[in-house]
Design a protein around this ligand. Structure first.
Ligand code: CO
Length: 215
């Protein structure tokens, strides 16, 4: 058990040596600052490492991860990440990436009590209710897969409903928002939405017609 932790630190030393071999100034440049073009909102699942599956490097991607890649309007952590990424780092793309086989989505689909986490997963149950007509026509595992996809699409809408994103769209026509699902079984990312960078696709009731709210 202890050896596994030591291994991580040894790996880190090897990583530093490898990077310095490629570029002696690598860490000096890294320390100068970040200008990421992407914000990644993904699941905490250990099988979905954003940089590995997109072949991006340190500095390319600002990252927020939580169970089932949710955008919850009262989540100060997510909102703070989003505001910083959009308003300060000025990312051009926000990617919500879920994955098939998501334990969070599966737990939300079941009637089993899981404790505290059920509160976090509650919005997935709402999505399931909202699309029940479509979902009830599917057998498992297709129903599970579809709810994973619908959950991602809902989070894209949830991003578009925030005043942070609406204000950025209004003033700068960015960021583009993307809904993706990572297919663990093949390694491929399956896009679920077209590129969205305006509020035309956001449900009427959620548009802020007079600019942002609260400012
Ligand atoms: Co997951």
């Amino acid at each position: 058990m202890i050896e596994r932790i030591d291994e991580l630190l040894q790996n880190n030393k090897a990583f530093v040596a490898d990077q310095l071999r490629l570029d002696a100034d690598y860490f000096h440049k890294l320390a100068e600052g970040q200008h990421p073009e992407f914000l990644w909102i993904g699941c905490s699942d250990s099988r979905v490492p954003p940089d590995r599956i997109t072949r991006t490097s340190p500095g390319d991607m600002f990252v927020h991860r939580n169970i089932a890649n949710l955008v919850v309007q009262t989540d100060m952590n997510l909102l703070s990440v989003l505001q910083y990424a959009v308003e300060v780092l000025k990312v051009n793309h926000v990617i919500v990436c879920g994955h098939y086989g998501c334990g969070g989505v599966k737990a939300a689909m079941s009637g089993v009590h899981h404790g505290l986490i059920d509160n976090w997963l509650r919005t997935i149950k709402d999505t399931q209710d909202y699309f029940w007509k479509e979902l009830t026509g599917l057998e498992s595992p297709a129903r599970f897969d579809r709810l994973v996809e619908l959950n991602v699409i809902e989070q894209v809408y949830n991003l578009g409903k925030t005043d942070i994103v609406q204000e950025a769209w209004r003033s700068g026509g960015r960021p583009y928002i993307h809904g993706w699902v990572f297919d663990l079984g093949s390694g491929y990312i399956r896009p679920q939405t077209s590129m969205i960078n305006n509020n035309e696709t956001i449900r009427e009731v959620c548009k802020f017609h007079n600019g942002s709210v609260g400012r």
